[in-house]
Ligand binder design. Structure first.
Ligand code: HEM
Length: 112
């Protein structure tokens, strides 16, 4: 999942969310890996290290609206597209990430 944050750093269309992250994204990289390990059915590394997930609460300090959600999903979609995984599995992952990213939104949408 390092590629995900590489994409976030490289893609101009992800700049808004890149700037929400700390300059040094090493801890974010490590934490996303630990989280996804459990989320994908592997060892629960994140819970073991940091306790209960509270993923939405942990994102409340950052303003996340549609723009931010879409940028996050652009990075994840590019990451998955560059991985040699089965097409159906990829679509299932994208659906699951979309649901989780929707749930992470905490800003009212702009009018119109
Ligand atoms: C929807 C748009 C999202 C935005 C804008 C966003 C942004 C952020 C930011 C700014 C951080 C703090 C990183 C740092 O310390 O530098 C963070 C942490 C994290 N994000 Fe997201 N995120 C989003 C969605 C998601 C989703 C969908 C997942 C999981 C599938 C996720 C998993 C995590 C994890 C595990 C952390 C580490 C939490 C901790 O501090 O322990 N994020 N995110």
């Amino acid at each position: 999942m390092n590629t995900f944050y590489d994409n976030m750093e490289l893609l101009p269309e992800a700049k808004t969310i890149r700037d929400l992250h700390q300059k040094d994204m090493r801890s974010a990289r490590e934490k996303l890996f630990m989280f996804l390990s459990g989320w994908l059915g592997g060892p629960y590394r994140y819970i073991a290290a940091f306790g209960h997930l509270r993923l939405r609460a942990r994102h409340l300090p950052f303003p996340i609206g549609e723009v931010e959600r879409d940028q996050w999903l652009i990075c994840m979609r590019k990451t998955l597209n560059d991985m040699p995984i089965d097409h159906v599995f990829k679509e299932q992952l994208i659906m699951a990430f979309t649901q989780t990213a929707d749930y992470m939104m905490n800003q009212e949408q702009a009018e119109g």
